[in-house]
Ligand binder design. Structure first.
Ligand SMILES: CSC[C@H]1O[C@H](OP(=O)(O)O)[C@H](O)[C@@H]1O
Length: 347
């Protein structure tokens, strides 16, 4: 039975989320009634991971609605729209954030009173949260069928429970395989500079009693040669309708090495991460973050003074390197342009 802390929770106008920048040293929470504080947590990566970002965005607007004190529905809707614009500016690549905001705004456009708006927005934010957890569990059950007892699985970044409402996407098949009694070993690439793999994936898998080892991002070549890796499972921040995958730095090199060494390379993502409005990787923004996040670690500069850094926070993997996309609706295999169901088109 998986017993991990909940990434984010809503209770009576308060949002409580794990501050992931403090893991693995400390499990501490941010509790707030202020929607702007949740937006800041997304921007500063105190909460991160495409599905978790979508849930947090929904709850940010639910906090706005819960605590708004005004008279006119018109001003409520105008100020809600302004808050939504601020939430959308926090990070550009995870499509879940934009889809969650649009779902909330769509609900708000259908109401005729402030009380109805408040109720409907909070209910929709909770629905987004519950749907994500259900989807991840299904991804786990479907993905676990790809895993055999004794397998070694490699993953990059944290597409774990911490990146979602619960279970994770890439980690969900690992947790379900473990539930089924399969003994697995997971190689978690550390994922510089934020270290989602070394700090977060290693933490949650070890908490769950799964054998996990950390490896440096630049060791994937020798790992593929020497470690008998059974399969690779990674997450995604956005999947276009022809199967281009935006995910954390290191995903593309891992896909290339996996192809050369005949290691099946799966992307695990809920259908809420499929962005059918985008076709090519030029159709959306790849986040570039502050170079100081590369140049410093916990306040210590690791590069010479005067030397700058380039920091793309994601990379892009072409569809031809992807064995299959594990979703809650089943595994989608290439050719993705034909096999990604149009019925999954998001608002
Ligand atoms: C389950 S998707 C998680 C996805 O999000 C991560 O990015 P970040 O930590 O910058 O939010 C990474 O791309 C993961 O694969």
């Amino acid at each position: 039975m998986l017993r991990l802390p909940r990434t984010i929770e809503w209770k009576d106008g308060i949002v409580r989320l794990i501050n992931q920048k403090e893991l693995p040293d400390r499990l501490i929470y941010i509790e707030t009634s202020d929607w702007r504080r949740v937006a800041k947590a997304i921007k500063d990566m105190e909460i991160r991971g495409a599905p978790a970002i979508g849930v947090a965005a929904g709850y940010a607007l639910a906090l706005f609605a819960y605590h708004w004190r005004g008279e006119s529905l018109e001003s409520f809707k105008r100020e809600l729209f302004q808050a939504a614009e601020e939430v959308k500016k926090t990070r550009p690549t995870a499509v879940n954030l934009f889809w969650a905001v649009e779902r909330i705004l769509s609900k708000a456009s259908q109401v005729s009173s402030i009380d109805e708006a408040r109720r409907s927005i909070i209910e929709e934010a909770i629905n987004i949260h519950k749907e994500d957890e259900r989807a991840n569990r299904r991804i786990g059950e479907i993905g676990a069928e790809l895993i055999e007892d004794g397998d070694t699985i490699i993953t990059v970044c944290n597409a774990g429970s911490l990146a979602t409402s619960y279970w994770g996407t890439a980690t969900a098949p690992m947790y379900v395989a473990r539930e089924q009694g399969k003994n697995i070993r997971v190689i978690a690439l550390e994922t510089r500079p934020y270290l989602q793999g070394a700090r977060l994936t290693a933490w949650e898998l070890s908490q769950a009693g799964i054998d996990v080892v950390i490896a440096t991002d630049n060791s994937i070549g020798i790992l593929a040669m020497r470690e008998k890796i059974s399969l690779a499972i990674v997450g995604a921040d956005r999947v276009t309708r022809i199967g281009w995958v935006a995910n954390k730095l290191g995903t593309y090199p891992l896909a290339l090495v996996s192809r050369v060494h005949n290691i099946p390379f799966y992307v695990a993502a809920p259908t809420s991460t499929l962005d059918l409005k985008s076709k090519d990787p030029t159709d959306f923004e790849i986040e570039k973050r502050d170079p100081s996040e590369v140049l410093y670690w916990k306040g210590t500069r690791i590069a010479p003074e005067g030397v700058n850094a380039i920091y793309y926070a994601f990379d892009l993997t072409p569809p031809q390197l992807i064995t299959g996309i594990i979703t809650e609706a089943g595994i989608i295999y290439p050719p993705y342009e034909k096999n990604i169901p149009r019925t999954l088109q998001r608002v």
